[in-house]
Ligand binder design. Structure first.
Ligand code: NAD
Length: 495
């Protein structure tokens, strides 16, 4: 990796063990200062994508036969290189994405944490199991699936790519990764660092938008798709995968509810700070952020008052490269406009919008895709601001009557990614059991409550399959059973 500094950072594709230079490059702007270019990424063609898939297919023939120890050592070397460059990678990620430094550093940490978990557990999770008893002998093997297409979004470009790369390669698959054009730089650097440690063709990266994505999800040689992104894109991908029955893992959108029970202590300042963070970390641009807040009517007024106090303390909006900044700009213009549109609609409906936090430099604020974080009060349960995933720095706070009502409101969505319940622990645990979601957190939410040792994913239209934990690792293998039964005939077959 070369210097980052303020110079635009150019990245290239990596195909068949080599840096692949293509003619055309696109600029990635710095969302905090839109007159500045963070870097350039190659606009790869469908032909480039085919080439990468072909090289992954060829490499699979020998990579699938390699020893686990060999795979582990290679992955460890890749992880070490990332750790050695952590500071530079953090700065580059902050600049291309707009997330503040502490937040970018957090993403690097989570990425490394799960890759190390995968390395430590690969032997145990993927090992062949042999059982022998009076019924005979059986062998359960975990076979790699083949060429995996990995497609990741812009909000956590590194974590959502490395969580696919590590288990896929450790299981013996090969991969072609396509990151999002909205944050393509750091993930490319990291992918190169890992790919260089593996034989040619095992890990490839190409860039582009939907056309390259379509090739990666419809090419005959691809056996599995690991996708993270929006629910609508997930639907296109599932259709493309159907043609050749590809294995899919889909991590899609979330509209995560947070329930504050009557016994939640609004005077607990530490808890209130966690609540604010669970709405506005990464400027609210996280799949697993609390996006609908339901508060028991008996504590609602006090809750809102204390929430605003805590938010005004923690939300410092500004230059993401400054240490004190907690919220940066929105990542891109489309997203900014979408969130503004939801707020416009809320205004038209007569809902109350309260602006939160402090901007340290109003002039700087105008240079990028900044917006003030807001809460929306008095919204209808079925309004756009409640029913749609905002994916930005705004959140509605609503009232509920009793536990049953809260559960009904929380489950009234086609999405079911994560969720949270806040209050007395046993009470919150009881309510949690009724929530339709892949993960429910008690007295915390969003990444604050993520545990990479356990499976993560959604129910309903939030996705199919899991990432993280043993279950996430098993998404990259097919089971293959070899049976040698003691009795080879059915007992009731006429002789
Ligand atoms: P997106 O769906 O627009 O894009 C994701 C990726 O898919 C990008 O790399 C894009 O270039 C590619 N793509 C677009 N059209 C394609 C097609 N037809 N075929 C193949 N690939 C295609 O999502 P985004 O705007 O980058 O990310 C935001 C969304 O991602 C939000 O809805 C968020 O909730 C979701 N998300 C989910 C998780 C999760 O773990 N469930 C995590 C992060 C983000």
């Amino acid at each position: 990796m070369t210097a980052t500094g303020k110079e635009p950072h150019t990245v290239e594709a990596y195909i068949n063990g080599e840096i692949y230079r293509s003619g055309e490059h696109e600029a990635r702007e710095n969302p905090a200062k839109t007159d500045e270019t963070a870097g350039y990424w190659p606009l790869n063609s469908v032909e480039d994508a085919k080439r990468a898939i072909g090289s992954a297919d060829e490499a699979f023939k020998s990579w699938r036969k390699t020893e686990m120890q060999d795979r582990i050592e290679r992955m460890q070397k890749g992880i070490q290189k990332i750790k050695d460059k952590q500071q530079e990678l953090t700065e580059l990620l902050s600049r291309e994405h707009g997330k503040p430094l502490y937040d970018a550093e957090g993403e690097l940490t989570v990425s490394i944490m799960f890759m190390e978990y995968a390395v430590e557990n690969a032997e145990r999770v993927y090992k062949e199991e042999i059982n022998e008893d009076e019924n005979g002998k059986s062998v359960l093997r975990h076979e790699p699936i083949g060429v995996v297409s990995a497609i990741s979004p812009w909000n956590y470009p590194l974590a959502l790519s490395t969580e696919k790369i590590a288990p896929a390669l450790l299981a013996g698959n090969t991969m072609v990764l396509k990151p999002s054009p909205m944050a393509p730089l750091t993930v490319t650097e990291v992918t190169h660092m890992i790919a260089e440690e593996f034989p040619a063709g095992v890990l490839n990266i190409v860039h582009g938008d939907a056309d390259v994505g379509v090739e990666l999800t419809s090419n005959d040689k691809v056996r599995k798709i690991a996708f993270t992104g929006g629910t609508n894109t997930g639907k296109h991908i599932m259709k493309a995968a159907a043609e050749t029955i590809k294995n899919v893992t889909l991590e899609l959108g979330g509209n995560d509810p947070a329930i504050f029970l009557e016994d939640f202590d609004v005077n607990d300042e530490a808890a209130m700070r966690r609540v604010v963070i669970s709405n506005f970390l990464t400027g609210g641009q996280i799949c697993m952020i609390a996006k609908r807040m339901y508060v028991h009517e008996s504590i609602y007024d006090q809750f809102v008052e204390k929430y605003i106090e805590a938010a005004n303390k923690w939300l410092r909006i500004g230059d993401p490269t400054k240490k004190e900044t907690t919220v940066g700009p929105v990542n891109n213009k489309n997203q900014l406009e979408f969130v503004r549109e939801l707020l416009e609609d809320s205004k038209k409906q007569g809902y109350e919008i309260k602006q939160l936090g402090k901007v340290d430099d109003e002039e700087f604020f105008k240079k990028g895709y900044f917006m003030y974080p807001t809460i929306v009060l008095g919204a209808d349960y079925d309004s756009r601001i409640v029913a749609e995933e905002q994916f930005g720095p705004t959140v509605p706070i609503l009232k509920f009557k009793d536990d049953e009502h809260a559960i009904e409101l929380a489950n009234d969505s086609e999405l079911g990614l994560t969720s949270s319940v806040w209050g007395e622990e046993e009470h919150a645990l009881g309510v949690s059991r009724h929530i339709e979601a892949g993960v429910t957190m008690v007295n915390t939410a969003a990444i604050q409550g993520l545990d990479v040792r356990y499976p993560f994913g959604g129910v309903k239209q939030s996705g199919i399959g899991r990432e993280y934990g043993k279950e996430g690792m098993l998404e990259y293998v097919d089971s293959h059973v070899i049976n040698i039964p003691a009795a080879k005939d059915l007992p009731n077959i006429p002789k």
